[in-house]
Design a protein around this ligand. Structure first.
Ligand code: DC
Length: 219
């Protein structure tokens, strides 16, 4: 059976993962949150105090880190780290960790592997540009910084953390700047991606718009 790949990229809080999950569910595809993989690596490094580790040694750790997905849950080894990878500690260091060449190399290799076995929807920053440049459909989802901060605040509240909106806006500006100017695989829109701004759109509206393109995905 032919396998399809849908790549959804965009900045933090643009609604990528929500949309990707719905879409995967609707199409019966596997959903992979590539950001969760970088978050799981960050958590692993934080817990073992490896942030300053040189590449050569870090590479050895990376090769043995087990990151798994099961439905909506994310696992590091046998531990369910779904909530832990969203903590403010991980938020603080994940950009720095995900910008390291040695980390990206290992994660991109694993991401490509997922696409070999079944049809998937994967979201991230470089999925349409680096991981699956030949994806059947590419979406680039954005939203205003203020709206993204409001969404992040809601998510953080569920985890019992309550950062102020202005602090979240500051963090999002900083993260956007870092993610889109880093040397390796910066956040970027693929030339052939469909751009959607979700600031004023509900989840349903975004899905409707994407749905318009699904019948026309490159086959
Ligand atoms: O989507 P997110 O906020 O959970 O992503 C967490 C971090 O990982 C963010 O700083 C960007 C980075 N990331 C990346 O560099 N490449 C990806 N494909 C996905 C996420």
């Amino acid at each position: 059976m032919k396998k399809y790949i849908i790549a959804i990229d965009g900045p933090a809080g643009s609604g990528k993962s929500t949309i990707a999950k719905f879409l995967a569910n609707e199409l019966g595809f596997l959903y992979i949150d590539s950001g969760a993989m970088y978050r799981a690596v960050t958590l692993y490094m934080l817990e073992r105090r490896l942030l300053k580790l040189v590449d050569k040694k870090l590479k050895k750790h990376l090769q043995k880190i087990k990151i798994g997905f099961d439905n909506k849950l994310v696992y590091l080894g046998n531990e369910d780290v779904t909530d832990k990878i969203r903590s403010s500690q991980v938020n603080k260091y994940v950009s720095e960790v995900s910008a390291r060449k040695v980390v990206r190399k290992e994660m991109v290799k694993r991401q490509k592997e997922f696409g070999k076995h079944e049809s998937i929807v994967m979201d991230g920053r470089d999925i349409g540009t680096q991981v699956f440049p030949h994806a059947n459909l590419k979406i680039y989802l954005t939203a205003s910084v203020e709206e993204r901060a409001r969404r992040r605040k809601k998510d953080m509240k569920k985890l019992g953390e309550d950062d102020s909106l202005s602090e979240l806006i500051r963090q999002i500006y900083a993260r956007d700047a870092y993610d889109s100017t880093r040397k390796i695989s910066p956040l970027a829109k693929a030339q052939d991606a469909i751009v959607l701004d979700s600031t004023e759109l509900s989840i349903r509206d975004v899905l409707k718009k994407i749905g318009l393109f699904v019948p026309y995905i490159k086959r």
